[in-house]
Design a protein around this ligand. Structure first.
Ligand code: APR
Ligand code: PHB
Length: 389
């Protein structure tokens, strides 16, 4: 049987970042991931990093390419009623955000792990958790027809929203909170220069739209779509027309169209599971919570969870201290709920909800208030660049 100190389930950004921070502190980890490395790297997700996330990636020693290729944005725009309004993040919150794809973060973390020699098992089937309520937890899995097992001190469940970790907890020990939004986002990735050098979040009667990017030559766009939308009904031409129809005229005129290299539909959901610790099992990232993508908090929340968890585990191994481990769930959840609130609020003020006249008037009032009040803009900016850990 293998033996490690912390067995990590999942090699998404949460699991990899935790592994890297622990490795640098001399704590042994084994990552067990059920997909292949290439599959993990093929997933396209949001790409806005809070300064706190960038600092944590620096602490993990994986910020070299991010510093070179990441685009620092000092502002973000909100467009409605034909006008684009800039929110000056740096002036209002003292910092900007860094646009750098989650896929790139994952790649940098995987490369660092490979270089460190810390072990990862890819394509592990039937990963199962054992004994995390007691003193000697274990993980088992199957690979190439053989069963494998690792004994550990702790298990970190970093296996995303459909993972096995949360599903292995006694349901009576778990409280879940959920909000399903009645729409999704249709996203397109294209090798065309972005319409705007900063992100544009657009509220329109036809629905929400977002202009984002991955680099000066690669754009990422989204339009709000019905939950039953089908990709085959959205050829590129229809997507570009719909996007431009929802943007302010200046942004619309700047959209450069081209063939999509990826197109996908994602539903919007807020979800929180409490607590985030069960004996020797700790949940982090999407395994414990989801936010709608408006505001791009998913990856940043995974990073703050990992910050608290790595600190607690390192304290445990260095000083035999258990206070950090005891406090982990409450510390992480306090920040999670604030980001859940912000993501819900951004979603609510910018999307089109069906036939809700009262709600629409409130949206207009919210947006008008935002543009008329520096205090309101400062609140948005403070949350957008990320609350302190
Ligand atoms: N066994 C092993 N690995 C698993 C299992 C399982 N049963 N189930 C899922 N996994 C793996 C997935 O294949 C994935 O690689 O766990 C990983 C979870 O990674 P993510 O879904 O990326 O979640 P997380 O690391 O928490 O990242 C946070 O930020 O932008 C958001 O939602 C976005 O993924 C993003 C998140
Ligand atoms: C993205 O670039 O994919 C992105 C950016 C900002 C968001 C969501 C997604 O709020």
């Amino acid at each position: 049987m293998l033996r490690t100190q912390v067995a990590i389930i999942g090699s998404g950004p949460a699991g990899l970042l935790l592994g890297q921070l622990l490795h640098r502190a001399g704590v042994d980890t084994l990552i067990v991931e059920h997909r292949s490395r290439d599959h993990v790297l093929s997933r396209i997700r949001a790409g806005v990093l809070e300064p706190g996330t960038v600092a944590l990636l620096a602490e993990a020693g994986v910020d070299a390419r991010l510093r070179r290729e990441g685009l620092v944005h000092d502002g973000v725009a909100i467009a409605f009623e034909g006008t684009r309004h800039r929110i000056d993040l740096r002036a209002l919150a003292g910092a900007g955000v860094t646009v750098y794809g989650q896929t790139e973060v994952t790649r940098d973390l995987m490369d660092a792990r490979l270089a460190s020699g810390a072990p990862t098992v890819y394509e592990a089937e039937d990963v199962a958790l054992h004994g995390f309520d007691g003193a000697s937890p274990r993980l088992t899995w199957r690979r190439d027809g053989a069963t494998a097992e690792v004994a550990c001190d702790f298990i970190a469940g970093c296996d995303g929203s459909h993972g096995v970790s949360r599903a292995s907890v006694d349901p009576a020990a778990l409280a879940t909170y959920e909000k399903i939004y009645p729409f999704g986002w249709l996203g397109v990735l294209a090798d065309v220069p972005p319409a705007s050098h900063e992100l544009v979040y657009a509220a329109h009667d036809r629905g929400f739209a977002l202009c984002s990017m991955r680099s000066p030559t690669r754009s990422r766009y989204y339009v709000q779509c019905p939950l039953d939308a089908r990709l085959e009904d959205w050829p590129d031409a229809r997507f570009w027309d719909e996007l431009r129809a929802r943007l302010d005229p200046a942004s619309a005129a700047a959209v450069v169209t081209g063939p999509s290299i990826e197109k996908s539909i994602a539903p919007l959901r807020s979800f929180v599971a409490e607590p985030m610790r069960f004996g020797r099992l700790f949940l982090a990232g999407d395994a414990a919570h989801l936010v709608p993508p408006t505001g791009a908090k998913g990856l940043n929340l995974a990073a703050s969870d990992v910050h608290y968890l790595a600190e607690a585990l390192i304290d445990h191994y260095r000083a035999g201290a258990s206070a950090g481990l005891e406090a982990y769930s409450a510390r992480a959840l306090a920040r999670v709920w604030k980001a859940v609130r912000f993501s819900w609020w951004m979603t609510t003020i910018l999307h089109r909800f069906v036939d809700d006249g009262f709600g629409q008037r409130l949206q207009r009032a919210e947006l008008a208030y935002l543009m008329g009040s520096e205090a309101a803009r400062a609140a948005l900016a403070e949350n957008y660049v990320g609350l302190p850990f």
